[in-house]
Design a protein around this ligand. Structure first.
Ligand code: GLC
Length: 579
């Protein structure tokens, strides 16, 4: 075992043993072994698949996807190579923000099935070796949640202090909105309460007061409830807002954060399930990232790398890799137990807010030139395939997704290159039903009224883009994506190893080298529509051969130790070094 991993295991072992003496002995789980720790690092090399149950598979013909339908599709996900399913919010909801407005944290929305259907889904997923994670949306509730309804009714309600109130309208009532252009304020007057309530997001999503210990206790209760139901971890929604210290006088443009909320949450979940994890949604500047992971990995195990994502789109749009290389290096320093999660598209807009104005306008020009494609003055509300267009560029993007120093996350439907519906409001454009086949409603539902329109026209209509057709075509995107998933499984170096960006002498080529337990990988990508030559200076003594993992051909490195690779337009190669 490499010293780093050994140190990590031993370090964790030691810290666990310390905890043992501080806690009540009868509750202490047995001391973990180093092998357990390797299992506990499962998130470093899994493939996460993001599912919105409502639009994935309808089993009873009412036009709404459900847990039974999702359970029926587990074989498909297994075949694709999915290791973990991330469920978008599925609790009872008025559904004004696609379920991110929760009205009961402990239930299953009756439209999606019964609690028993959920249990059955988890059981069957686990039987297939698939873990299930879920969204933890406790920054806010729906305004229809009984807590808020009681809080707004009476000042002496115990729930009043569960939300954030101001008697007078705060000075910066219209600053710091998350959805600019759509949302007008972050403080809204509530007639019933006679006061203003705080909401970072839409006005129907009042923020919970996380400073209140009772709210923190409730969050732990929610987490415990779902862990007991079998979930493997949580995608923590809106982390910077969840932990901001908000009150009637705070500055929404410069909030302070209370990171120990995350530390406690981390300790709490691991106490109940040793390998459970937190995956944070926090689009922060690299300079601010450290406390989100925690200096010693005591906060979130994983975070989405929004920063690298924006620079990745810049590189895909311009063929220039310098800023992506810089972004990767700037986000490199994370604790050994931590891991980035990389994605191409998610359920929201592609947020380009951290690019410079000129960089952002280049990405808009290439991928979202029409104003109907843009959103919130910072992003693009399209799916990947229509945006990138060229199948070679799409394939390059997937090769990157699986080989960047992170764990890959795929949004449902991206694996077949689904399109978007720009006639739908805001981010609903990328949330249309899954396209399974050429049958009516894309095989999503046998019903007549769909929860959201199925894409049926144009080049991305379901008769052209669907799972069934792509399954039988070995060159399809679906088959390529599952090949990448298999390839990634053969390359544990990516999730577990040390890595560096190599100097390739080309502005258009990104090369990353990974080392782990004496194994070395070098993965190169050409972002240019023109063929490129690049220099790979990665060989070590004894490793003078590069084996191309895509075709098994090997090339010997000459006396200089530098290998010159020829890459076709948008070409890529995964090399393993060998002796
Ligand atoms: C997160 C989700 C987004 C949702 C918001 C409010 O940013 O990704 O979809 O609208 O939180 O919960």
């Amino acid at each position: 075992m490499k010293p780093l991993i050994l140190m990590l295991c031993l370090g964790l072992l030691a810290s666990c043993q310390q905890n043992t003496s501080e806690t009540e002995s009868e509750k202490v789980p047995p001391a973990p072994t180093p092998t357990d720790f390797m299992n506990e690092l499962w998130y470093k090399n899994t493939l996460i698949y993001s599912v919105d149950v409502e639009v994935f598979q309808d089993s009873d013909g009412n036009g709404i996807g459900d847990f039974t339908g999702l359970t029926q599709r587990l074989d498909y996900l297994k075949q694709l190579g999915v290791g973990t399913i991330w469920l978008a919010p599925f609790q009872p909801t008025p559904n004004r923000d696609d379920g991110y407005d929760i009205a009961d944290f402990y239930g299953v929305d009756p439209n999606l099935g019964t609690p028993q259907d959920f249990d059955k889904f988890i059981r069957q997923a686990n039987q297939q070796g698939i873990r299930v994670m879920m969204d933890l949306v406790t920054n806010h509730t729906s305004d229809q949640h009984p807590w808020f309804r009681q809080a707004r009714q009476r000042t002496d309600s115990p729930y009043r202090s569960w939300y954030v109130w101001a008697k007078e309208r705060p000075e910066k009532w219209n600053k710091g909105m998350v959805f600019p252009g759509v949302q007008q304020a972050i403080w809204t007057f509530d007639k019933q309460a006679g006061e203003y309530y705080y909401h970072r997001f839409y006005d129907f999503q009042p923020d919970l007061n996380m400073q209140n210990p009772a709210v923190q206790r409730e969050m732990r209760k929610i987490v415990r409830y779902w862990l007991d139901k079998g979930v493997a971890g949580f995608r923590v929604d809106a982390v910077p807002f969840l932990i901001e210290i908000a009150d009637a006088n705070f500055d929404p443009e410069k909030p302070s954060h209370q990171f120990d909320i995350i530390t406690q949450l981390h300790q709490y979940i691991q106490w109940h399930k040793r390998d459970a994890i937190l995956l944070g949604e926090a689009n922060v500047d690299p300079k601010e990232q450290e406390p989100y992971f925690g200096k010693d990995g005591q906060n979130m195990q994983m975070m989405f790398n929004f920063f690298a994502n924006q620079h990745l789109f810049y590189a895909l749009a311009t063929a220039e890799t310098a800023s992506l290389k810089k972004a990767l290096n700037e986000t490199k320093a994370i604790p050994p137990t931590a891991q980035w999660a990389q994605f191409l598209r998610n359920h929201d807009e592609i947020d380009l807010g951290r690019l410079s104005d000129s960089e952002r306008s280049k990405v808009y020009a290439k991928f979202g030139p029409d104003t109907t494609m843009q959103l919130y003055d910072r992003g693009i509300r399209r799916r990947l395939a229509p945006m990138l267009g060229d199948p070679r560029l799409i394939e390059l993007a997937y090769s990157l997704l699986f080989s960047l120093p992170s764990m890959p996350v795929i949004r449902y439907g991206e694996e077949i290159g689904m399109g978007d519906d720009l006639t739908l409001q805001e981010r609903l454009s990328v949330r249309t039903p899954m396209q399974w086949s050429t049958s009516t409603n894309a095989g999503f539902s046998t019903g007549t009224k769909m929860v959201r329109p199925v894409i049926s026209q144009g080049p991305y209509g379901y008769s052209k883009v669907n799972v069934a057709t792509q399954r039988s075509d070995s060159a399809s995107l679906l088959n390529r994506v599952s090949r990448f998933a298999r390839l990634r499984k053969q390359c544990p170096e990516i999730g577990l190893g040390a890595w560096k960006v190599l100097d390739t002498k080309s502005d258009h080529v990104l090369a990353i080298q990974y080392n782990w337990q004496g194994r070395t990988l070098v993965i190169v990508h050409n972002f240019s529509p023109e063929p490129q030559q690049c220099a790979i200076n990665a060989t070590t003594k004894g490793q003078r051969k590069l084996v191309n993992l895509l075709d098994n051909q090997s090339s010997a490195v000459g006396a200089t130790g530098i290998y010159t690779a020829q890459l076709p337009a948008y070409g890529y190669t995964w090399y393993r070094l060998s002796s």
